[in-house]
Design a protein around this ligand. Structure first.
Ligand SMILES: [Zn+2]
Ligand SMILES: [Zn+2]
Length: 356
């Protein structure tokens, strides 16, 4: 029995394992005799045997040995998994390249738009036009290149023109649709940024970004539904009708929870949009402004329509609104100024990839 165990344990670990199996009072004795063996095996194996000796003198826990077996199996299988992955990547190299391109376009447009939002009045219309043209060019290029697949159909809840629908086709269609919808979201926000302040004051633009983002997230979670239904049911629904039906019900259940949450988000955003003005603070008196040094700590200029917070710090109304679109606290003393922070008011677009 010990002989077979040693064979099974592998050449390298055999010495250490054998050593660990010995009762404790034999340990020192054995280490003297087995010293030369341990020296052959090497320093790191000696430390391994000492660590193992600390745990338990008896047999190792079954869970632990199973874990070791799994790790061993993974180690042996890892090269083959990597080969398989490389083959898959090579097979879908075009799709992966397109997705990387679209993701970097999204990241660039998203960060440029956020920068423009933070510039307030000084936003450049040229930069905004450039973002719009860049996004439109990118979208049209991708849709034109794959025009035979009619990928744009998935945006209006129709089926793209593909003969089969396997898992990678599903990922491909859903991914492209998601990116295009993100681009449209950014483009809509660009239009809001570009609006002059006569039409829409800078301080209330945050609410519009929020509404656009919430509606976009709801729409993005609706688009994959029909594709998933088709994928789950398959082309010939006769042979696996029952399984398909069960999976469809499960999918619909999970999906409805997701959609309920998103509808709630849209409703909250719309409510915020309809409330005429958020009251972050009260109008500051001339005396309060003089006490604050007549200089706004955010824009480093004279106060314009100053507001005073609960903590008695005074800021311009516009500066304060933009600040509180991103933070919850007073910029000077960090005391809490708003109860809940609504994300997405700074013009950012969620990078979340809506797969399901
Ligand atoms: Zn200011
Ligand atoms: Zn303060």
């Amino acid at each position: 029995m010990p002989a077979s165990r040693e064979e099974g344990g592998g050449r390298g670990e055999g010495g250490a394992y054998h050593h660990h199996r010995q009762p404790h009072h034999h340990f020192h004795h054995g280490s003297h005799r087995g010293g030369s063996l341990l020296q052959h095996v090497g320093g790191d194996h000696r430390s391994h045997s000492e660590e193992a000796g600390d745990e338990q003198p008896g047999t190792p826990a079954p869970a632990l040995s199973e874990l070791k077996a799994v790790i061993c199996w993974l180690q042996k299988g890892l090269p083959f998994i990597l080969i398989l992955l490389a083959k898959l990547c090579f097979q879908h190299k075009l799709g992966i390249a397109v997705c990387i391109g679209m993701a970097s376009t999204f990241a660039y447009a998203n960060s440029t738009l956020r920068e423009q939002v933070s510039l307030k009045e000084k936003r450049s219309v040229l930069v905004i036009l450039w973002i719009l043209a860049f996004l439109a060019g990118n979208t049209l290029y991708v849709l034109y290149t794959f025009s035979s697949q009619q990928l744009y159909n998935s945006l209006i809840f129709l089926k793209p023109n593909l003969e089969t629908l396997d898992f990678f086709d599903l990922l491909w269609i859903v991914g492209i649709a998601d990116f295009v919808l993100k681009y449209i979201t950014i483009a809509l926000k660009c239009l809001v940024v570009a609006l002059p302040k006569i039409i829409l004051a800078v301080k209330s633009k945050g609410k519009f970004y929020l509404v656009i983002e919430e509606v976009s997230q709801l729409f993005r979670s609706l688009v994959p539904i029909q594709l998933w239904y088709k994928y789950i049911m398959g082309d010939d629904s006769s042979n696996s009708y029952f399984l398909g039906g069960v999976l469809i019900v499960l999918y619909s259940l999970c999906k409805s929870f997701d959609i309920c949450g998103r509808v709630g988000g849209v409703r909250k955003a719309l409510k915020l949009l309809c409330t005429s003005q958020q009251n972050y603070g009260v109008r500051a008196t001339g005396q309060q402004c003089t006490e604050a040094g007549d200089i706004c700590a955010i824009c480093q200029a004279e106060f314009r329509e100053p507001l005073v917070l609960m903590c008695q710090h005074v800021f311009c109304e516009e500066c304060l609104c933009l600040w509180l679109d991103r933070e919850r606290t007073c910029p000077l003393c960090r005391s809490v100024a708003v109860d809940t922070l609504r994300c997405w008011k700074d013009g950012a677009t969620s990078a979340h990839f809506q797969v399901y």
